[in-house]
Design a protein around this ligand. Structure first.
Ligand code: ADP
Length: 483
């Protein structure tokens, strides 16, 4: 177990760790036990303004360094994060609840973004355009956008930070980071790693505290040229509206409602294992989690038998204990949403195939068991509202064309998955699904080297891949007349 100081200064502004101007603090809880872990600073508008100013001052020299110089620092940060992975994963589990085995996986994923963008920093190429006029030379140079505001969620408190800060820093941007209120401790650790790696003062700033005031200050500042956000579609729309005032650039990773389809020619064992991994990892609290399952009629019985048998074995508990598969949900509201969707579905005729009852364990956190519903109809909330919890509705289908139409019938478009061993179908269905990310016989598509992002109301922009760094760049076009 890790013990914390009673009070941790959690604002990092211009290279210094500080308390909030007002001296206010806020507690951080362990969602498994509901114990208070520590108090962190409750920053406000004034603190955020100071952070923006520091980032603005640091911008010319940071963006003026070569990509290679920035790469060296990012590479060092990658190494340090790897060295500290075990300790940071423990802190992550303590404040977020996910099982340690998932937390350590997340920290390695977090460091992989630092490594990938350390590599990309040296390869941010411009373009030479062959001119149609003999007396002109045309070229395009990538330049860092400027100060960026990064707002991150609690479901991946480590990797969502590096997935934004890695490319932003590689491109030469400076940053004000506002992590989720539930998970400031992991954010502090990541910023300390960057500090130790030699990121100069003012280049990265951290503000925890009053979400509304911090958000408003970032939005109202003309110096903040880009907002990068991962979270709910509702907050994403708000940020989009408010960014209009200064025409800020936006990179938004928002909600999802991923369909997962099992075709009759799938490897059923693999499909059942992966459906569980997709739906129940992080207790269902990921934006690319399967939210609804479609199974082709000839294999329904065989598949459901495997799936429910495996799901009912998933063990709830404290993420720090070996063997825990499902940690607590982040808060009471998250659990209530699962129960509300379950009640709505059963009142409309759904049957509980597994789970569906309150856990009787000794811990005080907001636990809920893996729950699977059959006899599900499209009018049930769970079929179109994002669940963000361990509840999986299942429908049967007959034709490929019908299931594609059902899968696409969503306001979201983040991730979709299907299982088949038929090559033609793999290509056909991948091309027809209206989603930014497709998993074919795969449910863990997120990786540093590939572009992650949604269509429709799931967001704008990409994170990861060589595309990810382009979010943080303006393409300056130079037209040069010559004699
Ligand atoms: P979730 O809480 O499910 O992660 P949210 O979209 O509510 O989804 O929150 C994601 C992040 O956005 C968190 O850091 C949260 O504090 C922040 N956030 C929520 N509301 C606002 C807001 N009005 N302005 C700025 N940030 C916000």
């Amino acid at each position: 177990m890790i013990s914390f100081e009673k009070r941790i200064p959690s604002l990092f502004i211009n290279g210094e760790w500080r308390e909030a101007e007002t001296g206010k603090t806020v507690s951080v809880n362990n969602p498994a036990t509901m114990d208070v872990l520590t108090e962190v600073s409750y920053g406000d508008a004034g603190d955020t303004e100071a952070a923006v100013q520091a980032a603005e001052q640091a911008f010319p020299s940071w963006s003026g360094m070569t990509g290679r110089e920035r790469a060296t620092i990012l590479y060092k940060a990658y190494q340090l994060l790897e060295e500290e992975a075990d300790r940071i994963a423990r802190i992550l589990t303590m404040e977020q609840g996910k099982p340690y085995k998932e937390a350590i996986g997340e920290v390695h994923s977090a460091s992989s973004f630092l490594l990938w963008y350390a590599e990309e920093a040296s390869r941010l190429y411009g373009e030479w355009i062959p001119s149609s006029k003999k007396n002109k030379r045309l070229y395009v140079i990538p330049q860092a956008v400027g100060v960026i505001g990064a707002i991150t969620p609690w479901n991946f408190p480590a990797s969502m930070i590096t997935r934004k800060l890695g490319p932003a820093l590689a491109a030469g941007c400076t940053v004000v980071l506002k992590p989720a209120s539930a998970t400031p401790l992991t954010a502090i650790e990541i910023i300390k790693v960057l500090e130790r790696a030699g990121v100069p003062k003012g280049v990265v700033n951290l503000v925890t505290g009053n979400t509304k005031a911090i958000g408003e200050t970032l939005l109202q500042s003309n110096s903040v040229r880009l907002i990068t956000f991962t979270g709910s579609t509702e907050v994403g729309k708000y940020l989009m509206r408010e960014s209009a005032q200064h025409v800020k650039k936006l990179s938004l990773e928002l909600g999802g409602h991923a369909p997962i389809i099992v075709f009759e020619d799938a490897n059923l064992e693999q499909a059942a294992e992966m459906t569980l991994a997709s739906k129940f990892r992080n207790s269902g609290q990921t934006c690319i989690c399967a939210n609804r399952l479609y199974v082709q009629r000839p294999v329904v019985e065989a598949f459901m038998e495997k799936l429910t048998a495996k799901a009912s074995m998933l063990k709830l508990g404290n993420g720090m204990e070996d063997g825990t598969d499902l940690g607590p949900l982040i808060d009471e509201a998250a659990k209530k949403k699962v129960i509300d969707q379950l009640k709505d579905a059963t009142s409309k005729g759904a049957k509980v195939a597994c789970g569906g009852k309150e856990w009787e364990g000794a811990l005080d956190g907001n636990f809920y068991p893996a729950t699977i519903l059959t006899d599900v109809t499209d009018d049930m909330h769970v079929m179109y509202e994002e669940t963000f919890g361990p509840l999986l509705p299942v429908q049967v289908f007959d034709e490929e064309s019908d299931v594609i139409q059902k899968a696409n019938d969503s306001e979201y478009g983040l991730a979709a998955y299907f299982f088949t061993k038929n090559l033609d179908r793999s290509i056909r269905v991948s091309e027809k699904l209206e989603y930014g990310i497709i998993g074919v016989n795969d449910v863990i598509p997120a990786t540093a080297e590939a572009p992650f992002g949604g269509v429709k109301q799931s967001g704008v922009g990409k994170e990861g891949g060589h595309q990810g760094i382009h979010e943080y760049v303006e393409w300056k076009y130079v037209s040069m007349g010559i004699e």
